[in-house]
Design a protein around this ligand. Structure first.
Ligand SMILES: Cc1cc2nc3c(=O)[nH]c(=O)nc-3n(C[C@H](O)[C@H](O)[C@H](O)COP(=O)(O)OP(=O)(O)OC[C@H]3O[C@@H](n4cnc5c(N)ncnc54)[C@H](O)[C@@H]3O)c2cc1C
Length: 314
């Protein structure tokens, strides 16, 4: 990383966009945890997103792109570089092709709502999953036996010095909570998703059912957390065991480190009781993993992504 007196000056000259400095990342994570980012920008369209990423790459300045911040645990030390919050939203329907194109900063709630409005079906299972299309494609978000990767026809990404590339699903290697984008630091600009004509009342009924099921299992919206903390382990035959069940059996209920606690309603959620630190969450998560390992011989893997202060998408 080059030493800059003030990267915001260089960035403004490159992009015409202004950066904020010393921005508390706790404000941009559903966990409500995280120290200050040296620099921060919220981008509102894909041109701004591309310009911000290209400028950071041109100057070899560490950066990290986030969507809604619903699957992240930021470092107590914050972030040494530029955090780019992607709010580039927009949808284009192509019913004759059985598809739609969506900008990566579009919230899933907006995607689902507008798709139903258009009378197009297939994305109802995404209802209630918080976050953006970019975050969802990155981690192949899903629920109720379906995942966004099942619906992806193409994803346009930004890579290298700022070239665009359109990837097909085979190149993205979607698996349970995984895409190849987790490995290669490509920035998601847009996704083309498969949809089909459907009945609005039926779609609305499905969404209502999904939301009701989620409300029974998940912490209420105001409880700070980042969703399921661990992935459900997949056995060699392909069968998944709920991590919550393993944690419950291992005695996770009631466990707590400082202000980080296991959610009483579902052991696979770690919640912030108020003022929890990333260190406390990581310590609790390590203790939970150890308990499950000791009782079952199964190693849980994190679904929540810890972003260390020196992480980078360069
Ligand atoms: C209450 C609750 C319930 C949840 N339920 C579910 C569920 O049922 N199923 C599920 O799968 N998840 C669930 N989650 C987790 C979360 O909603 C998903 O992981 C979601 O896809 C995160 O999207 P985001 O925009 O918030 O991504 P962020 O948390 O902001 O980012 C996640 C990762 O994606 C990367 N990323 C984001 N945008 C881009 C981009 N444009 N280009 C490249 N990389 C990018 C980030 O760098 C980061 O590594 C839940 C979370 C909460 C808080």
């Amino acid at each position: 990383m080059k030493e800059f007196q003030d990267f915001s000056q260089v960035f403004f000259e490159e992009t015409g966009l202004s950066l904020s400095s010393r921005v508390p990342l706790a404000d941009y994570s559903s966990f409500r945890i995280g120290g200050p980012a040296d620099y921060f920008i919220e981008v509102h369209d894909l041109t701004e997103l591309a310009a911000a990423v290209k400028a950071a790459r041109k100057y070899n300045f560490p950066f990290y792109v986030i969507g809604g911040g619903y699957n992240l645990l930021f470092d107590d030390a914050g972030y040494r570089g530029l955090v780019i919050r992607n709010s580039a939203s927009g949808l284009q329907f192509r019913p004759e092709e059985g598809s739609l194109e969506v900008a990566s900063g579009t919230h899933l709630s907006e995607l689902v709502g507008q798709t139903i409005q258009e009378g197009l079906a297939g994305l109802e299972f995404l209802a209630g999953i918080p976050g953006t299309v970019g975050g969802a494609v990155f981690g192949n978000a899903g629920a109720f036996g379906q995942a966004i990767g099942d619906r992806v026809l193409a994803v346009t990404v930004l890579y290298g010095e700022g070239q665009e590339q359109t990837l097909c699903p085979e190149e993205l290697h979607f698996e349970y909570r995984y895409s190849s984008l987790k490995k290669d630091h490509k920035i998601i600009l847009r996704a083309t998703l498969k949809v089909e004509p459907g009945s609005r009342p039926e779609m609305l009924k499905k969404v209502e059912d999904y939301l009701n099921q989620r409300a029974r299992k998940h912490p209420p919206g105001q409880v700070p957390c980042a969703g399921s903390y661990f992935k459900n382990p997949v056995l060699p035959g392909g069968c998944k065991i709920p991590a919550g069940q393993l944690l419950e059996q291992a005695g996770a209920r009631g466990m707590r480190v400082g202000q980080a606690s296991v959610y009483p309603g579902h052991c696979n959620f770690i919640i912030n009781l108020g003022g929890a630190t990333a260190r406390q969450v990581l310590t609790l998560a390590a203790e939970l993993k150890e308990k499950v390992w000791q009782t079952t011989g199964i190693r849980l893997e994190e679904e929540v992504i810890f972003v260390p202060a020196d992480a980078s998408m360069l």
